[in-house]
Design a binder for this molecule. Structure first.
Ligand code: C2G
Length: 129
């Protein structure tokens, strides 16, 4: 069984996220999403989420492409996650191009093109208008 992992906040879930998750799942048989916790978002990613971790987790678990959601609590957990879950492929959007090449010692690393014209930041900005 080919296992894939990806990481993110996935706040205000939108079709850009779904495009990423669909393509990530197509790279294997089992997709794990490491979901940024509220504390990690606030303290290290400087992101203020609209939905709580539990709400974002519930949304992700309802997506057909997602097999397991685990917490992402820090920047440093990726190598241990890859070892613990015996991951074959790490995948993330190409806004992170090159940033996780160090993981190539442990698994395949794939950067997928981001879906243009949609982002959580943009949704929030347009809602304020
Ligand atoms: N994404 C995308 N297209 C968009 C918006 C997002 O493909 N229009 C992808 C991102 O590239 C990322 C995933 O959807 O792979 C989740 O997006 P974010 O929640 O913004 O993820 P980010 O905050 O970048 O978290 O340790 C890694 C970080 O936790 C990644």
């Amino acid at each position: 069984m080919k296992k894939v992992i990806t990481y993110g906040t996935f706040d205000l879930l939108h079709y850009g996220h779904i495009n990423l998750l669909r393509r990530a799942k197509a790279l294997g048989d089992y997709l794990i999403v490491a979901l940024s916790t509220d504390e990690f978002n606030h303290n290290q990613k400087n992101k203020k989420c609209y939905f709580s971790y539990e709400q974002r987790k519930q949304l992700l678990e309802s997506i057909r492409y997602v097999d397991l959601v685990i917490p992402e609590e820090n920047w440093e957990q990726k190598i241990s996650d890859i070892k613990e879950f015996r991951i074959d492929t790490f995948v993330i959007g190409n806004d992170w191009e090159g940033k996780f090449d160090f993981l190539k010692d442990y698994c395949e690393v794939v950067y997928l093109t981001r879906t243009p014209e949609i982002s959580t930041t943009q949704i929030k900005a347009e809602l304020k208008e």
